[in-house]
Design a protein around this ligand. Structure first.
Ligand SMILES: Nc1nc(O)c(N)c(N[C@@H]2O[C@H](COP(=O)(O)O)[C@@H](O)[C@H]2O)n1
Length: 155
């Protein structure tokens, strides 16, 4: 199902990891290797970079689940790096590139989506997702599509 080609005028909406295309979620259990370390999910890496070069970076890496990593990362009791708003898209792109190049099965699934629009569909997030009403920025979907093009150009 996830590997099937879909028509180019369709879109793929994803969010829950146990639903179709759930592998696109940062919470999906695909570890990545970055900065000389293994990160259990892209969510772990993304959330940890909010605290780069502090002990909290490792604290997030060691979180037992992606949800726990997100909970720690969103806790403003821990100081957020000052340039986060400037760097967060690059951090996400770096994590996604690692995920889809380090897992050949995921790379194949990403490329199999052709030119279809990828959308993180959730009312919980208007920046990374579509806000549930389609008016959110869908930055996660946009970055996935950029990476798809980048990987396609390399093959
Ligand atoms: N599962 C889930 N729950 C939420 O409440 C969400 N906002 C998302 N979206 C994902 O959250 C990550 C970024 O979160 P913050 O920028 O730290 O709020 C990113 O992986 C989004 O795709 N997912």
């Amino acid at each position: 199902m996830d590997n099937q080609k879909v028509g180019s005028n369709e879109s793929i909406k994803f969010y829950h990891i146990n639903k179709p295309y759930g592998f696109f979620s940062n919470f999906a259990p695909y570890e990545i290797s970055l900065k000389g370390k293994i990160w259990p999910t892209t969510e772990h890496y993304f959330q940890a970079q909010k605290f780069v070069n502090t002990p909290h970076e490792e604290e997030v890496r060691q979180a037992l689940t992606a949800s726990e990593a997100a909970e720690i990362g969103r806790d403003r009791g821990r100081p957020l790096r000052r340039d986060w708003e400037v760097v967060k898209d690059d951090v996400m792109g770096e994590a996604l590139y690692a995920k889809f190049t380090q897992h050949p099965d995921l790379k194949e699934k990403l490329l199999a989506t052709g030119d279809v629009k990828l959308i993180e569909h959730t009312k919980n997030d208007r920046y990374w997702g579509d806000g549930g009403d389609g008016k959110g920025m869908n930055r996660l979907g946009e970055l996935l599509m950029e990476i798809r093009e980048q990987i396609r150009d390399q093959t």
